[in-house]
Design a protein around this ligand. Structure first.
Ligand code: UDP
Length: 484
């Protein structure tokens, strides 16, 4: 009899890493395998509706909530997600605190029936590799990012070629890449090179290389050249199975994906329905990027001057008395006929899938890019940090489905200073290029639409990602030991 495979998913507790792994849990469960999804109490409360739904409808996903040791690591109570972390020291403490989950998790997994057949864990949860070895099962590596960044990480960290950041050159063409990609020194994904992360980085990369394969949330038509090259340099199987979020069509899940939305779903849809097709620019910078009050105000001025309908997300971490005062002193009134602000968590996938959305001003987080791509939405790219400048190159130069806002350097993560990197006029220019009548915008819209078709085809029956999920499950089943 065919034994049931049982996948254990261990995400990094950060929205851009956890959300795609919840999608992965649904994707695997929809293929009849068992899934255990590891979370912590504060993170579980964000996906409560999902947990309840899985329980209620018998979807074979077990959400296991493990106590997170905030106190022992000097973290504030409830600081169980990277989006709650406010300093570099806390970020490092947070990553090390994750490792203490190993003991409790191993005990739980030892008692499960069917027993686990493999672990898929975030690259930063590399301690799970030791655990998998202890349990005698394979460990596959996942990270929230796309093929381009996987290749970058491998070439520049594994091969210790940090000459790139140390050689003093103003800009560099990335060697060993299938596309021509030139980054300035200031745009190189920097946090990976922080000195206090050296040991963590080394151990993480070592385990990437020892992993039994890599799962990437991308699709062949989007990134085949990068993935082929990555597969070659890392010397192991890479499964591209995205865009994973497309596997879940449940409207309630989509509206509460990642967290409870800060806007009523019906109100949001009513507003979108009242707008012309492809007329609205959606502005959101993911879960981690911080924006100074002066920059938030400048964004507002840009949106107003662009004359374009907009749906603007101001996340909780970017709200301040200064911003609220400014918004209430005429901005909201002046733009009320064509603008909607969501303060807090937005139902992003629900929004991007709406026909009224004609453009996406994004920080180029991988998930956001993939979501925009899948719905055929062209973008205005405004990278903030991490691998976002690489992702911008993919959109603007390789795929040519977006325009760059023109930001040249990383936005400091702890941007408590009054940083304004993008001016009102930069916004007006970018919005008009993307959303305007010109040929350039039209061409980008056409290319985006075409790519969206390919993204959706990848996850349909017979599509490359759909086939890869089958192969992945087959491979894990083949590795399972016969029941005693
Ligand atoms: N997201 C959302 N609502 C928000 C902000 C973000 O649903 O208000 C989701 C978004 O759809 C994406 C994830 O959170 O799936 C953010 O991941 P991404 O890689 O884009 O950026 P990060 O937050 O990691 O910088």
């Amino acid at each position: 009899m065919d034994a049931t495979a049982h996948f254990v998913l261990v995400p990094l507790m950060a929205q851009g890493h956890t959300i795609p792994m919840v999608d992965m849990a649904h994707l695997l469960a929809s293929r009849g395998v068992h899934v255990t999804f590891i979370t912590t109490p504060a993170n579980a409360s964000r996906i409560e509706s999902d947990i309840q739904r899985a329980r209620g409808s018998g979807i074979p996903i077990w959400f296991v909530s493990l106590r997170f040791p905030c106190e022992e690591f000097g973290l504030p109570p409830g600081c169980e997600n990277l989006d709650c972390v406010t300093s570099r020291e806390h970020a490092v403490a947070f990553l090390y605190a994750c490792r203490t989950l190993r003991g409790p998790l191993t005990s739980i997994l030892r008692q499960q029936n069917p027993p686990p057949s493999c672990v898929i864990s975030d690259t930063m949860q590399y301690w799970t590799a030791d655990m998998a070895r202890e349990l005698g099962i394979p460990r596959l590596m996942f990270s929230g990012s796309g093929g381009l960044f996987h290749l970058f990480r491998h070439l520049f960290l594994q091969n210790k070629s940090n000459d790139l950041v140390n050689n003093g050159a103003e800009s560099v063409v990335l060697p060993g890449f299938p596309h021509h990609i030139e980054l300035t020194r200031a745009q190189i994904p920097g946090s990976l090179f922080l000195p206090e992360m050296a040991k963590f980085r080394e151990e993480m990369m070592e385990e990437d290389c020892r992993s039994d394969g890599v799962v990437v949330n991308t699709f062949s038509d989007l990134e085949a050249p990068c993935i082929d090259q990555y597969q070659e340099v890392i010397g192991k199987k890479v499964w591209t199975i995205g865009p994973m979020f497309l596997c879940n069509r449940d409207a309630a899940y989509i509206a509460a994906r990642g967290n409870k939305a800060s806007i009523d779903q019906a109100q949001c849809l009513r507003w979108l329905d009242s707008m012309q097709p492809s007329s609205v620019i959606y502005v959101s910078f993911g879960s981690l990027a911080r924006t100074s009050p002066s920059q938030v105000i400048e964004i507002g001025l840009g949106l107003e001057a662009s004359n374009c309908p907009f749906l603007w997300v101001i996340k909780a971490g970017n709200r301040s008395a200064e911003v609220e005062t400014w918004l209430s002193q005429g901005f909201e009134e002046r733009t009320s006929s064509r603008g909607l602000i969501i303060r807090g968590w937005a139902p992003q996938v629900m929004i991007l899938s709406h026909p009224a959305i004609g453009g996406f001003m994004t920080h180029c987080g991988w998930n956001s890019l993939l979501e925009g791509i899948a719905f055929g939405v062209p973008m205005i790219t405004w990278p903030h940090f991490a691998e976002q400048f690489l992702n911008e190159k993919l959109i603007v130069e390789v795929l040519r489905t977006g325009v760059a806002i023109g930001v040249k350097t990383i936005t400091p993560w702890q941007a408590d200073k009054d940083v304004v990197l993008v001016k009102k006029d930069d916004m007006v220019r970018a919005v008009s290029r993307l959303m305007g009548e010109g040929e350039e915008g039209e061409a980008m819209r056409n290319r985006s639409r075409e790519l969206g078709h390919k993204a959706r085809a990848a996850v349909e029956e017979g599509g490359s990602s759909c086939e890869n999920v089958t192969l992945l499950i087959q491979q894990i089943k083949a590795s399972m030991k016969p029941a005693q």
